[in-house]
Design a protein around this ligand. Structure first.
Ligand code: FEO
Length: 397
């Protein structure tokens, strides 16, 4: 979007789209880009809510100036979140508006000094405190660990716009439209879930606490720091976040497998056949060597059934599968039903590690567990089909 966009009286979106960054946080692929949303409230006193990634400062400043009346300056910058995708332009902004006060909580102030050496003209606010701009009053609520310890949201009580920071946001650049009624929200929801499950999901209990807190505050619009602004149906995104944070699942199965020569892949195909024979249509299959782990985590977060299969590599789990298990352990995903299969040539290893992982999870195991030596036999493949059928039966209950 080239221009500032009005979202309420005296309130404008002044965010930018990033179509260039390959990996967000140097980790997460951005095939659909990402937006860094920022906002301005042009009242008796002018306040910005968040900045953008540093390299987009020039676009951001142009948008500020496009809605700032002649001779007016920015009085406040509210910093909801200090991660550099939102705070990266703070130093340049301070140079453009030297008298601008920076508003954040005590943790924000600590991080402002740590990241940018900024200590002057910082206004520290606490949970529930307010800033009066004239007509608009901004209320601040702390939502620690959604996504960093200093994260907070800002509610404009005049318009009901809730600037929700990372909460309710997701990957995906804003292609022409910025509101939920202007875009295909289904296009964004997969990317919102990928953002949630990989970046925020580990802190689900804190997300639930934040949702409980925010539900008590009257708001008409949810304006996150990434992705669409929810003005027509804000409760939709809140409900999605609530169900994901509560580890509610949809009926379906994700198979993740690692295969060097195609033998373990044949086992995956037999498990798939067993699932489909028994009525499972919502099936997602990931070759761990080719699918980025973020897409695997997203799908496992969504679906109840999980099947993990791996060949053995140097007497251990195949490295791409090891990365998947490490990511799963880190996300503390609970309440899944799962099956396992593996293969080896001269010594075992992969299946043992899959079983150790399974024992450490609070997941329900489905039989049989299959281990093939070399290429799977007809008997091994039939057992794989049986695993698929049994898992489908369990999910159907
Ligand atoms: Fe969008 Fe946690 O930064």
């Amino acid at each position: 979007m080239e221009h500032a966009v009005k979202i309420a009286d005296q309130v404008y979106w002044i965010g930018v789209n990033d179509y260039d960054t390959a990996l967000f946080e140097a980790l997460w692929p951005l095939p659909m880009g990402i937006s860094y949303n920022a906002y301005i409230i042009v009242d008796e006193r002018v306040a910005l809510v968040d900045t953008v990634k540093g390299c987009y400062f020039s676009q951001y400043l142009d948008k500020i100036k496009s809605v700032l009346p002649e001779g007016r300056k920015v009085d406040y910058l509210v910093v909801n979140h200090m991660e550099p995708d939102h705070s990266g332009a703070i130093k340049a902004l301070r140079e453009a508006f030297p008298d601008m006060k920076i508003v954040g909580n005590a943790k924000t102030a600590e991080f402002l000094e740590d990241y940018y050496g900024l200590v002057d003209n910082v206004v520290v606010v606490g949970d529930g405190e307010s800033l009066d701009l004239g007509i608009h009053k901004l209320d601040f609520y702390l939502i620690p660990m959604v996504h960093w310890p200093e994260t907070m949201v800002t509610l404009d009580t005049e318009t009901g716009v809730l600037f929700s920071s990372d909460a309710f946001g997701g990957f995906g650049a804003l292609n022409g439209g910025i509101f939920d009624d202007e875009v295909d929200t289904r296009y964004y929801e997969d990317e919102v879930l990928r953002y949630f499950s990989n970046i925020v999901g580990r802190y689900s209990s804190m997300v639930l606490r934040a949702i409980e807190k925010l539900k008590k505050k009257s708001h008409a619009v949810i304006a996150p720091s990434h992705g669409p602004i929810w003005r027509t149906n804000p409760s939709h995104i809140v409900d999605l976040y609530e169900s994901w944070s509560s580890h509610q699942t949809e009926n379906g199965v994700v198979i993740v497998y690692g295969s060097m020569y195609g033998n373990t892949q044949r086992m995956m195909e037999s498990v798939s056949r067993g699932l489909v024979e028994s009525g499972v249509k919502r099936l997602r299959v990931h070759n761990a060597s080719n699918s980025h782990v973020s897409f695997i985590i997203r799908d496992i977060w969504r679906f109840k059934g999980v099947v993990l299969g791996s060949c053995t590599y140097n007497a251990e789990l195949f490295p791409p599968m090891k990365q998947v298990l490490d990511a799963l352990k880190n996300r503390m995903i609970s309440g899944r039903v799962f099956g396992l299969f593996g293969s080896y040539t001269w010594s075992g290893g992969a299946l043992k590690e899959l079983q150790e992982f399974a024992a450490s999870c609070n997941w329900k195991s489905i039989d049989p567990v299959i281990e093939a030596k070399g290429a799977p036999s007809e008997s091994d493949l039939e057992k794989c089909r049986e695993l698929g059928r049994n898992l489908a039966e369990e999910l159907a209950q």
